[in-house]
Design a protein around this ligand. Structure first.
Ligand code: SF4
Ligand code: SF4
Length: 276
């Protein structure tokens, strides 16, 4: 890679910091061709298949604020999720455009990549996986909940990606496994969709998760997010004074938090106040 490409990455990371984007990583696009584990995805899902000429994939991550996701299912989390999606789309577009203006053809990816929950029910797979891109860009490791866990926020991060023809200096893959195998995500999944075995051996019952999400969607209360709410990994737990993940059991003794969550869930949703 040239000095110009190294400068391009430095400038992009500095720009991300100025925007308040805490997680930024770069993966060499050839990493998709050497699966770090099996089963891996078919070649059609590789960046170079989707955008021929891709040399690097930039992945950014924005944190989901823990006290907001604690209220799920709620309009509070539903809107927070939408806000993160809008920001991700804007930031990745701006990063791609910076690269284009520097002379390197680049595109931003949509953060979700499906038209509706009905489409997801027919085929619960997007044309590109930001989670795998985040893993290959060194931002985290897969947990039992099939999500990428990060040091700062556990799985409470939304990711999105940029494909660029610039050969940016790649970041190393994360060496430590952040998942503690506590099984809290498996036990608390309301749809019993998560496997006991770690990813990628365990197969998530995506149809069960999608059915539950569809029920929430009809009430404007999607997404679910319980499996990322209850995960004990992440420095955000100290920040928000939530180091005891046992607070999410039904026997939770702190009446103040339980009252706050019940209050939020009671408003702004179709059939608010009823359990799904
Ligand atoms: S999002 Fe909800 S339903 Fe889907 S796997 Fe996670 S906890 Fe289960
Ligand atoms: S809740 Fe426990 S088992 Fe599930 S991803 Fe987090 S650390 Fe791993």
């Amino acid at each position: 890679m040239s000095d110009m490409e190294s400068d391009l990455k430095r400038g992009m990371v500095a720009w991300c910091r100025r925007q308040g984007i805490p997680l930024v990583g770069v993966a060499d696009a050839t990493r998709w061709h050497t699966p770090p584990f099996v089963p891996w995805m078919p070649e059609d899902f590789f960046p170079q298949s989707i955008f021929p000429g891709t040399e690097s994939v930039v992945v950014i991550g924005l944190p989901v604020h823990l006290p907001v996701i604690e209220t799920t299912p709620s309009i509070f989390y539903h809107e927070h999720y939408n806000t993160l999606n809008r920001l991700l789309d804007q930031f990745t577009y701006q990063i791609a455009e910076r690269f284009n203006q520097a002379g390197y053809p680049s595109v931003s990816l949509p953060r979700d990549g499906y038209g509706s929950i009905e489409v997801l029910r027919e085929s619960p797979v997007a044309f590109f996986s930001h989670r795998h891109a985040a893993f290959l860009a060194g931002l985290g490791t897969f947990g039992l909940n099939n999500m990428v866990l990060t040091q700062g926020y556990g799985p409470r991060v939304r990711f999105s990606s940029v494909f660029t023809t610039a050969r940016l200096p790649p970041d190393p893959l994360m060496k430590i496994d952040l998942c503690t195998r506590c099984h809290r995500c498996v036990e608390m999944c309301p749809a019993r969709a998560l496997p006991e075995d770690p990813y990628p051996l365990g197969i998530t019952r995506k149809e069960a998760c999608t059915e539950y999400s569809a029920a929430l969607f009809r009430r404007h209360a999607s997404p679910c997010g319980v499996c990322i709410k209850v995960c004990p990994v992440g420095e955000d737990r100290q920040h928000f004074d939530r180091t005891d993940p046992g607070i999410y059991s039904r026997q939770y003794p702190d009446p103040a938090l339980a009252r706050a969550w019940a209050h939020v869930r009671r408003y702004g949703l179709k059939g608010a106040g009823k359990e799904v």
